[in-house]
Design a protein around this ligand. Structure first.
Ligand code: ZN
Length: 285
């Protein structure tokens, strides 16, 4: 799938869709939300539904090029077949190749968090897929995803993925962890946005003139912009996830910050205050 590059903060940002399709029933991802509560959002965001009780889900990675850097944000579901995603095979490497980017060109891989749809291509056959890259993840996520309880839960969702996709990155010199807000490259800062996972990071591209936030899974569905209290079944720390959503929403509305997410349509958008509620509206390139 071709997409238009977004120019912001001295970078070209290209969303790369690894997989897309009807994978998750609404009642499974948002068990506390009734069908009637979805009606408003069906009219606002028809492209995010695949049927009466089915989401249309995208898994988006981002290629960020500029300031002499070639950065990949997130690694999709991987080569597959991925049972969680209808046995789909991810397209990330093909999408990169279509843009003339071979794996050895990537200098930084940011893993916003360690869920299986974000690190699927990170390593293959016991080696990092991007051989020259430093991989970056939050210390909080790395620590959490080493706990037996979390590993068991994750293992039940996608058997073996942590061993396949994370363990090879823990060889010396590959993986760096960040604890706090950190500028990884000029005008490219990662900011802790915990809740969906204990250490999820968002990206703030900001050169003082133009800016765009890649908010990862702070919002997995745009309805959560209006209903920040709606937690997905994949929010590991619901109260913290709600607080993070509220904080991102407040700043994005107040300061007119454009945002992109992993699972929305891969176009930038703005959070618009619309009467008493807030909605996501696509911004054309
Ligand atoms: Zn995700």
């Amino acid at each position: 799938m071709q997409s238009t590059a977004i120019l912001v903060a001295g970078y070209s940002v290209e969303p790369l869709v690894d997989v897309a399709g009807a994978f998750f029933p609404l009642h499974m991802v948002f068990p506390g939300v009734t069908p009637s509560e979805w009606e408003l959002f069906r009219s606002w965001y028809p492209e995010t539904f695949a049927g009466p009780d089915m989401l249309y889900t995208r898994v988006t990675c981002y290629l960020v090029r500029g300031h002499g850097r070639t950065i990949l944000v997130d690694c999709g579901v991987g080569p597959g077949p991925s049972p969680l995603f209808g046995n789909a095979r991810g397209l990330l490497l093909q999408e990169l190749a279509d843009r003339g980017v071979t794996p050895d060109r990537i200098d930084t891989v940011l893993l916003t968090h360690l869920h299986p749809d974000h690190i699927g291509w990170a390593a293959q056959e016991n080696r990092p897929t991007f051989p020259r890259a430093r991989y970056v993840v939050s210390h909080a996520d790395l620590e959490a995803f080493h706990q037996d309880e979390v590993r068991t839960a994750m293992q039940a969702i996608v058997p073996g993925y942590l061993d396949q996709c994370l363990t090879p990155l823990e060889a010396p010199g590959v993986l760096e962890t960040v604890v706090d807000t950190t500028e990884l490259a000029p005008s490219f800062t990662v900011v802790p946005s915990p809740g969906h996972t204990p250490g999820m990071l968002r990206v703030e591209l900001d050169d003082g003139t133009t800016r765009l936030w890649l908010v990862a899974d702070a919002f997995t569905h745009p309805a959560q912009i209006t209903r920040t209290e709606w937690c997905s079944a994949f929010d590991m720390m619901p109260e913290l996830a709600i607080a993070t959503r509220k904080a991102i929403k407040e700043r994005a509305v107040r300061e007119g910050i454009e945002v992109m997410a992993t699972h929305f349509p891969p176009v930038r958008g703005r959070l618009l205050q619309d009467g008493p509620s807030t909605r996501w509206e696509a911004v054309s390139p």
